[in-house]
Design a protein around this ligand. Structure first.
Ligand code: UGA
Length: 456
C-alpha cells in the first residue's frame, strides 16, 4: 500500500513508521521544514523507546520517506492519514484549524480516488466538516472517502500499542474505504507483524492464532469511541484518587482497596493507581473537548466536569501535603524526583510537576530536580529558576524534603538508605505510592503518600 501520513508529531511519526514496518510505502509530511530536515538526518524530535531504530531501518529499506510538501505525497498515495495537532482553545474546545488547512491542501492535490483518514483525536462530527472542505476544494472532481481511525497509543509504549493493539477501530461510509483500511492494517490484524512485550522487540512471524479485533463502525461512532475511551480512563483515575482521599479520612488503604476492586474482571486492575492525578497531552485535552462538544450538542455531561475537578484538586491536595510536612516553605530546599507527566517519556505537557514546582516557588521554596529523560525539556520550561541535578542523590543532598512526582524505575531502584543519609530533614513525600510505608519508616523517613495509612 502507498500511504501518506500528514503531521510528524507523536501519532503521525509512530503510525508512519509502524505502517512502513508492516511493508507499506510511507511518506510522512510536516510543514515545519526543520523537522523534516532533522528526520532525514535521523534526528527524532521525541523520546520514544524503539522509535529511532525503526525510523532508521525503514528509511534504509526505502519504505519510509519524509517530505515538506503535502501535494506530492497525496498524489503518490491511496490512503492519507491526517495526524496533525488538535490543541485545546482556552475554552477547552479542540482547535481544528490545522485539520481544516490540511483537508484543503489534500483536496487541491487529489488527482484520483483517495481515502482521507482522521487519525488525530477529533470531536464527533469532524469527519463531516473534513468531507465538506474536501468537496469544496476538490478541483479535479475525483471520488474520495473520509474515514475515522482513532489511535490508542500511550507515550512510552507507542510502538507496542500500534503493533499489538487491543483493537483497531475504523469509521467508514463505504466498503471501498473499509477494504483499503483493512489492507493497511492486515499484517497487524493477522499479527504477522507484532511486538514482543518481554523483549520489547518487533517480531515478524505470526505468534498467535488470535486475530486483533478490527471494528468497523460509522464515522461518528468511531470518532466518539476515542473521546469516550480516554474520558473513561481519566474517570477511572479520578475515581481512585477520590477514593484515596476518602481512605485517608476513613483510616483505609487505597492500594488494598484498588486490588480488591480491580480483581473484579468487570472493573479491571489497570488505571486504578492513586497519585497526583493525570497529565499529558491527551487526557486533560480530550476530557475537556468531550465536555465541550457535549454542551454544544445540548447535553450537559456533568460527570466529565467532576473528573476534571477531582484531577485539579488532586494536585492541590498534594501541594498541601508538602506544606503540612514542612510548615514554612520560604527558603526551604525541596528536591523533585520526576518531571515528565509519566515514566518513559520526556513529555512535560500538563505534567503535575509543573504546577507543584510553581506553587512551591511562589511560597519561596528553592527547587532541585532530576528526571531521567525530561531535563532538556525542563530547562526550556523553568530556565534558571531551579537547580538541575544529574541523579537522585544529587537532588537529595541537603534537601529539606524529597518529593517524588513521576514513578520512573530508576527511583524504584535507588539506594534509599543513601538518600536518607543525604537529606537535611528526612521527609519523603511520595506522589505515586511507589514505596512501602513500613520499609520507609524502618529506614527513618517521615514518609507521606496518597491514601494509605502511615505506621506511627
Ligand atoms: C493516553 C491513553 O492511555 C492512550 O490510549 C491514548 O491513545 C492517548 O492518551 C492519546 O489519546 O493519544 P498517554 O497520555 O500517553 O495515553 O498516557 P497514559 O499512560 O494513559 O497516562 C496518562 C496519565 O494518567 C499519566 O499522567 C499517568 O501518570 C496517569 N495515570 C495513569 C494515573 O495517575 N493513574 C493510573 O492508574 C494510570
Amino acid at each position: 500500500m502507498k500511504i501518506a501520513v500528514i503531521g510528524t508529531g507523536y501519532v503521525g511519526l509512530v503510525s508512519g513508521v509502524c505502517f512502513a514496518e508492516c511493508g507499506h510505502d510511507v511518506i510522512c509530511v510536516d510543514k515545519v521544514k526543520a523537522k523534516i530536515d532533522n528526520l532525514l538526518k535521523g534526528i527524532i524530535p521525541i523520546y520514544e523507546p524503539g522509535l529511532n531504530e525503526l525510523v532508521e531501518s525503514n528509511m534504509r529499506a526505502g519504505r519510509l520517506a519524509f517530505e515538506n510538501k503535502i501535494g506530492p505525497a497525496v498524489k503518490e498515495s491511496e490512503v492519507i492519514f491526517i495526524a496533525v495537532g488538535t490543541p485545546p482553545k482556552p475554552t477547552g474546545e479542540a482547535d481544528l484549524s490545522y485539520i481544516e488547512e490540511v483537508s484543503r491542501q489534500v483536496a487541491l492535490a487529489m488527482d484520483r480516488y483517495k481515502v482521507v483518514v482522521e487519525k488525530s483525536t477529533v470531536p464527533v462530527k469532524t469527519g463531516e466538516w473534513v468531507k465538506r472542505t474536501i468537496r469544496f476544494n476538490n478541483k479535479a472532481g475525483v471520488e474520495f472517502d473520509v474515514a475515522s481511525n482513532p489511535e490508542f497509543l500511550r507515550e512510552g509504549s507507542a510502538i507496542g500499542d500500534f503493533l499489538k493493539p487491543d483493537r483497531i477501530v475504523i469509521g467508514v461510509e463505504s466498503e471501498r474505504a473499509s477494504d483499503l483500511l483493512r489492507k493497511c492494517y492486515q499484517p497487524i490484524i493477522d499479527q504477522s507483524v507484532s511486538f514482543d512485550l518481554e523483549t520489547q522487540k518487533v517480531i515478524h512471524q505470526a505468534v498467535q492464532d488470535t486475530k486483533v479485533p478490527f471494528i468497523v463502525t460509522d464515522v461518528h461512532s468511531s470518532e466518539l469511541i476515542k473521546h469516550a475511551s480516554n474520558s473513561f480512563l481519566a474517570l477511572k483515575i479520578s475515581y481512585i484518587n477520590a477514593v484515596a482521599n476518602f481512605c485517608e479520612l476513613a483510616g483505609a488503604d487505597v492500594e488494598q482497596v484498588a486490588v480488591g476492586m480491580g480483581l473484579d474482571s468487570r472493573i479491571g486492575t489497570q488505571f486504578l493507581h492513586a497519585g497526583v492525578g493525570y497529565g499529558g497531552s491527551c487526557f486533560p485535552k480530550d476530557v475537556s473537548a468531550f465536555l465541550e462538544i457535549s454542551r454544544d450538542l445540548g447535553y450537559d455531561f456533568k460527570l466529565l466536569a467532576d473528573v476534571i475537578e477531582i484531577n485539579t484538586r488532586q494536585r492541590e491536595i498534594f501541594i498541601r501535603k508538602i506544606k503540612n510536612a514542612l510548615w514554612i516553605l520560604k527558603d526551604k530546599t525541596i528536591g523533585i524526583l520526576g518531571l515528565s507527566f509519566k515514566p518513559n517519556t520526556d513529555d512535560m505537557r500538563e505534567a503535575p510537576a509543573i504546577d507543584i514546582i510553581k506553587s512551591l516557588q511562589l511560597e519561596g521554596a528553592k527547587i532541585k530536580a532530576y528526571d531521567p529523560e525530561a531535563m532538556d525539556v525542563a530547562r526550556e520550561h523553568f530556565q534558571d529558576t531551579i537547580t538541575y541535578c544529574n541523579d537522585p542523590y544529587e537532588v537529595a543532598r541537603n534537601c529539606d524534603a524529597l518529593v517524588l512526582v513521576t514513578e520512573w524505575d530508576e527511583f524504584l531502584n535507588m539506594d534509599l538508605e543513601r538518600i536518607y543519609e543525604l537529606l537535611h530533614y528526612p521527609i519523603f513525600i511520595d506522589g505515586r505510592n511507589l514505596f512501602n510505608p513500613v520499609d520507609m519508616k524502618k529506614i527513618g523517613f517521615e514518609y507521606h503518600c496518597i491514601g494509605r495509612q502511615i505506621p506511627r
